[in-house]
Design a protein around this ligand. Structure first.
Ligand SMILES: [Zn+2]
Ligand SMILES: [Zn+2]
Length: 346
């Protein structure tokens, strides 16, 4: 089978590899139908993720059909269409039992697929703990509708869940890349009074403005004034920092009203400064971290009900045999690309 592979720092190659086989009785083998490319894949490519293992097949955002299951798997059967979760989790440890699946203590717990073990930009993928890592796709939901459920959409959903967003809040989302837009889609489910999206790329600002015309778009230079004008209590009630830029963490807490919740979804390249004397008395709550991807069934239900639709993010489509071109496009941000869908049957 074809498998897009992390060969060495700076180098991914499409290689011919043997199909994966069941290695543990809780494994499943999934025939990948659609995969996508995530910014984290680029971090592997550029060598900025030291725990990524050279030689592994990359890709952690995919949907497919169960081909084979181990004897210990009970929730999916061969032939089921499934979403693959970005996170591997055992379902039994302290953290899994409390829904903190990102902190699963299993040696393969957390983000393993396409980083430490073979992932899914390939014809087939082995999924450990398949009862936890696979979620059946309802018949009325297409592969494209389900493609982002296991990673970027799970991230937006989790961020909104922990943000304590209430109806009629004023919300600020910093960053309108794929994760920022998934956060926007999930925030809309809560019925906020106003959403302000801050993004410096004019193409991405237009992307938001044209699809969600009731959302206010701004850039970082105008953001604070814009949020003040749109809020009733001197700042945003809820802030999502999804950009991870040089100054966006500061912007996030500066735009928050006193006693707001600031949820940091972004992954930064370096340490950030928390200037406590400056923010003294503002009584902010910060929430941070990596997605706990345990809401996939709920997200799929919302998609099936027509309440959630991330397909506008798919701006380009490629065959797996042409995935190198998909990476070039995704990496260059050219041609208004937001997300790509890679057909792994071709
Ligand atoms: Zn990802
Ligand atoms: Zn666990």
């Amino acid at each position: 089978m074809l498998a897009y592979t992390y060969v060495d720092k700076g180098r991914f190659e499409l290689l011919d590899k043997p199909r994966p086989t069941i290695a543990d009785d809780r494994d499943a083998i999934v025939r990948v139908t659609l995969a996508s490319i995530c910014t984290s894949d680029l971090h592997i490519k550029h060598g900025s993720l030291p725990r990524a293992v050279p030689g592994i097949t990359v890709g952690h955002e995919m949907v497919g059909v169960v081909e084979e299951v181990g004897t210990g798997v009970s929730s999916v059967d061969p032939g089921d269409r499934v979403v693959v979760n970005v996170e591997t989790f055992c379902g039994h440890c302290y953290f899994c039992r409390h829904g903190y699946v990102n902190n699963c203590t299993d040696p393969n717990g957390g983000w393993a697929l396409g980083c430490r073990i073979d992932g899914g930009q390939a014809g087939y993928v082995r999924v450990p703990y398949a009862d936890c890592g696979l979620t059946p796709i309802p018949p009325s939901v297409t592969d494209e509708q389900a493609l982002f459920v296991g990673d970027v959409l799970a991230t937006g959903f989790w961020a909104v869940r922990i943000s304590e967003l209430r109806p009629l809040d004023t919300v600020l989302i910093i960053g309108a890349g794929p994760t920022g837009i998934c956060t926007l889609l999930c925030a809309l489910l809560k019925g906020p009074r106003r959403i302000v999206v801050c993004e410096n790329d004019p193409v991405r600002r237009r992307f938001v403005a044209s699809r969600w015309p009731h959302v206010v778009v701004t850039d970082s230079a105008s953001c604070q004034a814009c949020v003040l004008a749109e809020s009733e209590h001197g700042g945003a009630d809820v802030v999502f920092e999804v950009a991870g830029g040089a100054d966006t963490f500061r912007l996030a807490w500066q735009c928050a009203r006193p006693n707001a919740v600031v949820t940091v979804v972004a992954l930064y390249d370096g340490p950030q400064v928390l200037p406590l004397p400056e923010m003294y008395g503002k009584n902010l709550t910060f929430k941070t971290g990596g997605v706990d991807g345990c809401d996939c069934a709920e997200i799929l239900r919302l998609i099936a009900e027509g309440q959630l639709d991330a397909t506008p993010l798919i701006t380009h489509r490629f065959a797996l045999s042409d995935i190198g071109r998909a990476y070039s496009l995704f990496e260059s941000h050219a041609d208004g690309v937001m997300k790509v869908a890679v057909d792994c049957s071709r």
